[in-house]
Design a protein around this ligand. Structure first.
Ligand SMILES: Cc1ncc(C[n+]2csc(CCOP(=O)(O)OP(=O)(O)O)c2C)c(N)n1
Length: 282
């Protein structure tokens, strides 16, 4: 991150951070800061810093909410979306951004995720997807690929993984996208689109956890994991030009799904108005 952005948007007194060398979380946090900076300095969007609320749960990734100098709240494991829902309904003018891990969002917080998506409430949820529980030492999560190893799956994970973006789309999210830590510009752009989008946005960003996921699964050093992303996560503009054979084993990144279903807090405001009118009539 350019040093002026660090001084502008980071709580320097909360550093040093807890992340291991080679962890992708810092890159995603930087992408969020750049996306917010570009929206704050865009006169057309006119986002103010006071409007931004960053909410997180518990996990390595969730620490980002504490490092970023916005209105922020570091909540309990799996409950970030529940807190964020309350904040958005209390003041729909706020841009409420949830920073969450794949375990926080799709295991203990899975029910909150699907119901926030179903309601299409105007939150932007950014899932730092490192394919594992980082903070607690490498247990498998609902996105750990089948057959991969974890401290709780020493002979290989027998579960089938969620695709978090598809899960959110299936539940009703009106904007979904996938990014990673290699394709920085593409990832900043989808974060911006997610924030600009009025309904529920889910952005699944592939991170790297060389310490637990990488080491257990012989993925090499952090740089090898980044190289894997470069070669296997393909921007949408290129992905659809590939032959079926070339697409095998590759994942598409960029915007995945977009619809204009009504946003929940705006619909709720109409009910409040209808109640007021009904009371007046009594
Ligand atoms: C109610 C509750 N259950 C379990 C925990 C322990 N715990 C803390 S973080 C975490 C998993 C974190 O994994 P993830 O959400 O994927 O984030 P990461 O650390 O990988 O960024 C767990 C199980 C807790 N703090 N609270």
């Amino acid at each position: 991150m350019p040093s002026d952005l660090i001084h502008e948007y980071m709580r320097i007194d909360h550093l040093p951070h807890i992340w291991c060398a080679g962890c992708g979380n810092g890159t995603i946090m930087r992408d969020v800061a750049v996306a917010l900076d570009e929206l704050i300095t865009d006169p057309e969007f006119a986002l103010t810093r006071d409007q931004v609320v960053i909410v997180s749960g518990i996990g390595c990734s969730s620490r980002a909410a504490g490092y970023m100098d916005f209105n922020s709240i570091h909540t309990t494991h799996g409950r970030a979306i529940a807190f964020a829902t309350g904040i958005k309904l209390a003041n729909p003018r706020l841009e409420v951004i949830v920073l969450t891990g794949d375990g926080d969002a799709s295991a203990i917080g899975g029910n909150h995720l699907i119901h926030a998506a179903r309601r299409n409430i105007g939150l932007t949820v950014i899932c730092f997807d490192n394919l594992i529980y980082g903070m607690t030492g490498g247990q498998y999560s609902p996105v750990t690929p089948h057959g991969d190893k974890a401290t709780t799956a020493p002979y290989g994970n027998v579960d089938r993984p969620f695709d978090v973006a598809k899960l959110a789309e299936g539940a009703g999210a009106s904007y979904t996208a996938r990014g990673d830590i290699y394709h920085v510009r593409e990832t900043i752009d989808i974060i911006k689109q997610g924030i600009k989008h009025k309904g529920f946005s889910l952005i699944d960003v592939y991170s790297t956890c060389p310490t637990y996921y990488g080491r257990k699964n012989k993925k090499g050093e952090a740089v090898d994991m980044l190289k894997w992303q470069k070669e296997n996560l393909i921007p949408v503009s290129k992905y659809y030009t590939l032959s079926e054979q070339a697409k095998e084993g590759k994942l598409v990144i960029g915007p995945l799904h977009h619809s204009n279903y009504p946003e929940y807090s705006a619909e709720y405001a109409k009910i409040i108005e209808a109640c007021k009118e009904a009371k007046k009539g009594k």
